[in-house]
Design a protein around this ligand. Sequence first.
Ligand SMILES: [Fe+2]
Length: 484
Amino acid sequence: MRDNIKQALKVALSRGYQLSPDAVDYLREVEDPLSLISHILTRAIPNDRYVIDRHMIERYLESQANKAQVGLASASEYDVDIKVLESPITLNVDPSFDGFLRYFRDRYVLLSSLLRSRLDMHDAVPIAEAKKTSGEVCVIGLVYDKRSVTSSTILSIEDPSGNIDVLVPEDPKVKAQVNDIVLDICIGVRGVMRNGKLMAEEIILPEVVPPPPPREAPPISMLLLSDLHVGSSLFGGQRFLRLMRWLRGEEGNRRMKELALSVKYVIIAGDLIDGVGIYPGQEKELAIKDLSGQYKAVAEYLAQFPEHIRIIVIPGNHDATSPGLPYVPFFKEYAYPIYELDNVIVLPDPVLVSLHGVKVLISHGRSLDDLLSALPGATFSPEGVIKAMRGLLRFRHLAPIYGSRTLISPMGYDPLVIRNVPHVLHMGHVHICAVQRYKGVILANSGTWQEQTEYQLSMGISPTPYIVPLIRLDTLQVIMLDFH
Ligand SMILES: [Fe+2]
């Protein structure tokens, strides 16, 4: 058996999938079976499928070919159309008790009003009022504790009027809802008051509703990247140069060249550099050991993108930015070479932009670590990453869990609430590429350009580098590209 077929089998097995004998036969005819299987694994595979067969591979290839074919235009024929719709207002950070109190009050106000706008939540009453009543009641609160007692779960929730214990019974429907509840999110509870406790019958999350499709976006595209980690000796510089050669029309077959010409925007969701002193033993893996030098090297790469492409960048936790979310745009003191580039727009994390009417919510995804350890079944795999990102949309918050690995800078209001539902939620951070649609929103994690670090190896994290989602603005179709 060819080595790369063996590797493809190994990769599939490591993610919990098997290849059927007809799929293995099919792969013998394919030029690069490993990258084909890697592509399929990063795409949505139905939850109930654990065997990849020939039919699944053929369907995947056919859909990719169809997507790429129809009427893409040349991006250079279109003017730039970028609008920043929502961006954190820079206010003074107040890390005092009162500062956090104001922050969480604002989180409650924003998310409870989203919940209250639902038809089935109109009759929600303050918790203090609910405690005085008996019978059916509906309340909205932030979850501050979750614990198991014998066969039930107790959720403690609070609103500005008080707090209450919510008893979640064994009922399979409610039990399934409570499994995915994490701390500090805002939930609605409908149930019955009994002896000062609320017996839950239904738990309601703020959830997103599908956004109206973009109107009249041109047939051009955007490319999603993240986690370049320039400055690390593990940054795949040669592969990145290959990406730029492709974008300049110097590499690839006719279909790939057509795709390259359609790219008008490149969005990089943080960690442009590897930074300094971020994880134990990092200095051994650094090729450039200072922040300015690392940004200078990034700028040299970004300057080589074709002139008609606009590059949007935000910071990640490896960049020179504030320690807590929201992350301010890169500190100019270190990142000045980036600010000198005319083709680059530097923005904070999070930020909601419109590209010809296509709304893209960009955030590095620092909180995904917290979600991956709190949500059952969310592991460092494409499926796990999607589960965590889906959680963010369901909770309508970009960093719901407080007090874990994600630091938050309280500024009197909560800029991390997802008020405006985007067409695309673009993140990085976990170095695992994964794309899937949820309620009309494309969840896209654009992976990385860095090979596995010693630290990731010790944590059992296997990155999926050099895979890039391209999204057509007019149809919102996603095409996965491989620069291995
Ligand atoms: Fe990263």
